[in-house]
Design a protein around this ligand. Structure first.
Ligand code: AMP
Ligand code: FES
Ligand code: ZN
Length: 300
């Protein structure tokens, strides 16, 4: 690990990753033992490793898999679901599964097409649905905190995109911990300081079976392009990615991105689902579902 000027054998590496995770959990006051954690698992290396690490550290962590209905010839969703279920059953862990098509009527690619959101890519609709469902399950089933597997490469790419646009409100919200607020669960990213390579090495050494394929719709996305750019920088200057992210967290902490008072929005509970929204009417998720269902009814 050139960025840390550190080389470890397998045995010590498998100890080092959970030790560091515990340090980050404490440093950012994410949660403590005794709290109920819901880990959102996609079947990929990061989220399954996160679940593995939290359980090993003695935290009380259940899983949540959201079936998005993205098959695209490679059975992406069914294969990732199978791997999450296998992971849970082999370790005697509890996994909640939400099937989007069964619960809301259509799989994500159809919702995206019918609702015309996101310029031909289902990613915007997918993100909206995942955020809504993760929050719903965490809140309804009484979890104290929702944990996702975002790693340093994910966070640095998002930060790079937000910085290129100087999106103040997004920069303000990008954090390893988002505290709970009325209707919104606390959200944490315990792996946000690990490089993607470090998590891949952990999953491999731990023998975790995960899906290698990226979501088929991710190809050509900005986030992949930013990751490639940052990897080029990292190759020439090891540690750049980590410094870019950590210095940002310091700057945010010291108030660099404080919101202007007039930009503070008031939130109301959505009349349909109860989740907070800035509009007086339905939240964006419920509005999207209503549009899709009414268009599908008209077509039939
Ligand atoms: P992504 O947005 O695909 O980069 O995923 C970021 C994080 O969101 C993952 O590390 C998981 O914690 C969570 N996640 C992504 N897809 C799913 C899914 N289908 N079900 C549950 N959690 C997911
Ligand atoms: Fe959501 Fe790819 S569009 S995971
Ligand atoms: Zn709603």
């Amino acid at each position: 690990m050139r960025q840390h000027k550190l080389a470890l054998c397998k045995e010590h590496y498998l100890e080092w990753i959970p030790e560091q995770t515990e340090r980050f959990i404490n440093k950012y006051e994410m949660f403590h033992r005794g709290e109920k954690i819901l880990v959102a698992v996609s079947g990929g290396k990061d989220s399954l490793s996160l679940w593995d690490i939290l359980v090993r550290l003695g935290y009380q962590a259940d899983g949540l898999y959201i079936g998005l209905g993205i098959e695209e010839g490679i059975g992406y969703s069914s294969e990732s679901q199978r791997l999450c279920e296998k992971f849970a059953s082999e370790r005697g862990l509890r996994l909640h599964v939400v099937d989007v098509a069964k619960e809301y009527g259509q799989p994500i690619p159809v919702m995206a097409e019918v609702s015309h959101r996101g310029q031909g890519r289902p990613c915007a609709v997918c993100g909206l649905a995942k955020r809504h469902i993760m929050n719903r399950i965490a809140r309804d089933l009484g979890y104290d905190v929702l944990a996702t597997g975002h790693n340093l490469d994910d966070e640095a790419a998002v930060l790079f995109g937000n910085t290129l646009q100087w999106s103040g409100s997004f920069l303000l919200r990008q954090s390893p911990v988002l505290r709970e607020s009325p209707g919104l669960a606390r959200k944490v990213k315990p792996l946000c300081r690990f490089y993607e390579r470090e998590m891949a090495a952990y999953a491999l050494l731990r023998g975790i079976e995960y899906i290698y394929e990226e979501c088929p719709f991710a190809e050509g996305s900005n986030s992949i392009y930013y990751k490639e750019l940052l990897n080029r920088l990292e190759t020439d200057k090891p540690g750049s990615k980590l410094i870019f992210y950590l210095r940002f967290l310091d700057a945010r902490e010291s108030g660099l991105f404080a919101p202007a008072p007039e930009t503070q929005v008031t939130l109301h509970p959505c009349p349909n689902c109860g989740q907070p929204t800035s509009t007086d009417d339905l939240c964006s998720f419920c509005r999207m579902i209503a549009t899709v269902n009414s268009k599908m009814e008209k077509e039939n």
